[in-house]
Design a protein around this ligand. Structure first.
Ligand SMILES: Nc1nc2c(ncn2[C@@H]2O[C@H](COP(=O)(O)OP(=O)(O)OP(=O)(O)O)[C@@H](O)[C@H]2O)c(=O)[nH]1
Length: 407
């Protein structure tokens, strides 16, 4: 199954929340389906994909268009990593998505009309049955905003998105699917600038520091990324920087085996900064392309752990003043709005260069990714939709937006 089919299938909790919400809010405000159907549309909602830029390469592939941070070396290694290609044809809605559909309306008069002259000449199909429509007014906009806030899009982003949808459309009648398309277009517009694969640099080793709160999916993400880099011919070393939990080290070793990548460990309780230093030495000696450093999960309010992170950075800079070249903050989608405060804190302390959002499967809080993009504009390198090695891929805004709204 392609990644995007998976995304579509696994984002069902978020998509049915928003999709069903939109179906309900249009359905409840459309008391006169016949009149609605008879009224010619004054506007056809644009396709979500119409304004979306070309999709980026895979998460682990070089992205020549991305400008590296000032202190980072110039990138010239564009080696693309083969990623699952998005399905050209969208899969049929899965049974899980079915409840998000609006109840089929009684056929409106225009649905049963004979095709017009052009339709008959070109053999056009009979028009689809008309959907219920509702006039876009203040009450509807308020309900729309509430639906978006409930899906964790955050008040500010929900307000902005709603205002953009309203612009020039007040008083018009819209169907649920038009509203979904408009919403997907808005989401795509917000997310396109941040959809950037993890950049690769010619610097060897390129040091990727992976940070985040406990259980956000750091280890799993490192395993998945390492496997993708390895498959693309990169020489990868992993450092198990969570020296406090033996189980964390073991887990990383399992991922290292799956990915076919060596994992450097240190005795339990030893200083993670010194392991990072040793790992830099080994990666340099072996001519590794990438050194991925796992770190212990830390709550953003634990100053001591945050200081430890700062020490890891100081120590690896003794080896390479430009390192770490990427600091990935791994966020768990199920934490919803808390992800915003995690970004704020980690950004101050660890100079976060990009985000990975995990666990988008099985949560109705997928909208938080839109809020993150809108608020911080940090690159989203990849998203995770499961626990398997191939359940991580580049973030593709149009696919995500359509899956999120239940299209
Ligand atoms: N459903 C789902 N589970 C995931 C995903 N990514 C990670 N997990 C699971 O989340 C749990 C925590 O993942 P870890 O990779 O151990 O998280 P961590 O941040 O390294 O955890 P700590 O070392 O405790 O800080 C594991 O059970 C993973 O299998 C995902 O995209 N989807």
């Amino acid at each position: 199954m392609s990644f995007f089919s998976k995304l579509r299938e696994r984002l069902t909790k978020s998509s049915s929340k928003i999709g069903q919400g939109l179906d309900d809010l249009v359905g409840e405000g459309s008391p006169e389906p016949e009149a609605a159907a008879a009224q010619p549309d004054r506007e056809t909602a644009p396709s979500a994909g119409a304004t979306a830029p070309a999709p980026p390469a895979g998460p682990a592939s070089a992205s020549p268009a991305q400008s590296p941070a000032a202190e980072q070396p110039r990138r010239s290694d564009p080696a693309p990593i083969p990623m699952p290609v998005p399905d050209a044809a969208r899969p049929a809605p899965t049974p899980a998505q079915a409840p998000a559909q609006a109840p089929t309306p009684a056929p409106a008069p225009e649905a049963t009309k004979k095709p017009g002259l052009m339709g008959r000449i070109f053999g056009g199909a009979a028009p689809a049955p008309a959907e219920p429509k509702r006039e876009l007014d203040d009450a509807m906009l308020e309900e729309l905003e509430d639906t978006l806030v409930a899906a964790d899009m955050g008040v500010d982003t929900a307000l902005r998105v709603t205002a953009n949808i309203a612009e020039g459309r007040m008083g018009r009648r819209v169907s649920a699917s038009e509203l979904k398309t408009l919403l997907a277009t808005e989401i795509t517009r917000i997310m396109s600038p941040v959809a950037r694969p993890l950049p690769l640099y010619p610097k060897k080793p390129q040091v990727v520091l992976v940070v985040g709160v406990n259980g956000s999916g750091k280890t799993t993400t490192i395993g998945k990324l390492a496997s993708q880099f390895k498959a693309a011919g990169k020489n990868v070393v992993i450092a198990a920087g969570d020296t406090f939990r033996a189980a964390a080290v073991e887990q990383l070793q399992v991922w290292g085996q799956r990915a076919g990548v060596p994992v450097m460990t240190a005795p339990e309780g030893s200083d993670p900064a010194s392991l990072a230093f040793d790992a830099m030495t080994r990666a340099e000696a072996e001519g590794a392309d990438l050194l991925m450093i796992d770190t212990a999960g830390r709550l953003q309010n634990r100053a001591d752990l945050m200081e430890e992170l700062a020490k890891i950075v100081r120590v690896i800079r003794k080896k390479d003043p430009s390192a770490p070249h990427n600091t990935l903050l791994v966020l768990d989608a199920t934490t919803g709005q808390n992800a915003l405060s995690q970004v704020e804190t980690f950004r101050k302390l660890a100079d976060v260069s990009g985000l990975v959002m995990t666990k988008l499967d099985g949560t109705a809080r997928g909208g938080v990714l839109v809020a993150l993009a809108d608020k911080f504009g940090l690159p989203i390198h990849a998203i995770g939709v499961g626990e398997q090695i191939d359940d991580l891929d580049a973030f593709e805004p149009d696919e995500f937006a359509r899956a999120l709204v239940g299209l």
